[in-house]
Structures are given as C-alpha cells and as structure tokens.
Design a binder for this molecule. Structure first.
Ligand SMILES: O=C(O)c1cc(=O)[nH]c(=O)n1[C@@H]1O[C@H](COP(=O)(O)O)[C@@H](O)[C@H]1O
Length: 238
C-alpha cells in the first residue's frame, strides 16, 4: 500500500467548490497517495464529488466523515459510504466500542474490499489544557489517545487518526502495523493556525506515521505543486 514516499501524503481538499477541489486533485495526481474529502467540501459541493473525483481517475479517496452517532445510524452511514467506493473513511472513537464494531461490521458486510476504517482519537486542535478544561479528561493527551487507539483496535478498526506527538504511544499500545493517519502537519515556516499538536512531515514520518494528512501547507501555498514536491522530498530524505 505504501511503496514510495509520495504514497504517504494525503492532501485535504478543504475547498468550497467542486471545481477547486477537482483542479487541485488533478494537478497532484501521481504526486500524492490520495485525497481527503471532508466536511467543508462535501457540504459545499454535494456527494457527487466522490463520483466526479473517481471519474477523473482519482481512486484513493479518504472520506473524512468523522461519524459519531448511535451504532445503528453509524452502520447505515458506513454502508452508504462504502457503496461510494471510498478507500478510507473515519468515525470518532469517542462514539464507543459498540459504535466502532457496528461500523466495521457494516463495511465488511457491504463490500469484499471495504474501505480502511479509521478512528479519530483526540483532535489535533485540542491541547492538554483544553482536553482537561473543556472535555474533563485528565492526564496526558498521549495516554487518552492510546486508550482510544486500543479501543479502536479491539473493535476491529484498521487504524487511528492522531497528532504526530502520540505516534510512539500508539505503536507501543497497538503495534507497528496499526495504521496511523496523521494531520497537524506543518513544514518548517508554516504557521500552526488552529492546530495545537503539530510536527514537520519528516518528524512525523520518522516517528512512524503511515499517512500524513496535509491541508493548508499545500492548498494555501503560492505554488501547491512545489509545496507538495517539497513535502515528498522531505520525507524521502529520512
Ligand atoms: O480526521 C482528520 O483528517 C483530522 C483530524 C484531526 O484531529 N485534525 C485534523 O486537522 N484533521 C483534518 O486534517 C486536515 C488538516 O488541515 P491543515 O491543518 O490545513 O493541514 C483538515 O482537513 C482536518 O479536518
């Protein structure tokens, strides 16, 4: 699945029109491992965006759905997402083990080649202080992330989303093959913006990340293709 450094890079198509998303996806075809379709794009462009990307030859689509609901509802949503032929889809681990099991069962019952099912742990926009004050979760972020990753693994998920800072903890708990999908990626010189737990592409890959989710470092760059090439070169040099 990951044959060369570029395969690790998933570009977040966080745009408010299908045209912008399709244009960048086509510009980066062959240069990245896949594209991510998330809440902004799907709400702005509609669910046709999946077929439009697939018609344009883009077949590795990570649907960043972040489903979080009762097991029956999430199972239905995962069935529908699986039928769209997405390559990867996510749910919130904080929906609980029964919800994640229902998601896994739904994906496997719907397709012989189900999407990779990934659990979001603690959002990368949440720091230690906010985890304690807003969510009333005490203790280190990495401990809570490891707990949620273990739960996801027990539920039969393929991997988790976390920040680059918890990669050691996840590997120690879940082993090296449990897939890690890592946003909060900031090449040197790019500001953190709303992200709180961040690292450079090279640091994240050296720490064991399988996939990097990269949005604004590419989409807001003056030259998105050059920015992508620089990220791939950075991780290739590790
Ligand atoms: O599930 C995600 O992809 C995700 C989880 C998370 O904890 N943090 C996070 O930033 N993301 C997504 O990753 C992308 C990061 O975008 P940038 O901060 O612009 O690189 C966005 O599309 C987010 O929705």
């Amino acid at each position: 699945m990951i044959n060369e450094p570029k395969d690790r890079v998933l570009v977040a198509l966080d745009f408010d029109t299908a045209d912008d998303a399709l244009a960048l996806a086509q510009q980066l075809a062959g240069k990245v491992g896949g594209v991510k379709v998330g809440l902004e794009l799907v709400n702005a462009a509609g669910f046709d965006i999946f077929a439009r990307l697939q018609d344009a030859g883009i077949d590795r689509i990570f649907y960043d759905a972040k489903f979080h609901d009762i097991p029956n509802t999430v199972a239905g949503a995962i069935r529908a997402a699986t039928k769209r032929g997405v390559w990867m889809v996510n749910v919130h681990t904080s929906g609980g083990k029964a919800m994640m099991e229902a998601a896994r069962d739904a994906a496997h019952a719907t397709s012989e080649t189900p999407p990779l099912l990934i659990g979001v742990t603690v959002l990368t926009s949440i720091d230690q202080l906010t985890l304690a004050s807003d969510l009333r979760v005490t203790g280190p972020v990495s401990k809570h992330v490891s707990h949620l990753a273990a739960l996801a693994q027990e539920a039969g998920l393929d991997g988790v989303v976390s920040s680059p800072l918890e990669l050691d903890a996840i590997r120690a708990t879940c082993g090296p093959d449990f897939v890690t999908v890592i946003p909060g990626i900031r090449p040197a010189g790019v500001g953190a913006q709303d992200q709180k737990r961040i690292a450079t592409p090279a640091t994240a890959v050296a720490a064991g990340a399988h996939y990097l989710v990269v949005g604004r470092a590419i989409t807001a760059a003056a030259d998105p293709v050059a920015a992508t090439d620089a990220i791939v070169a950075e991780i290739a040099a590790i």
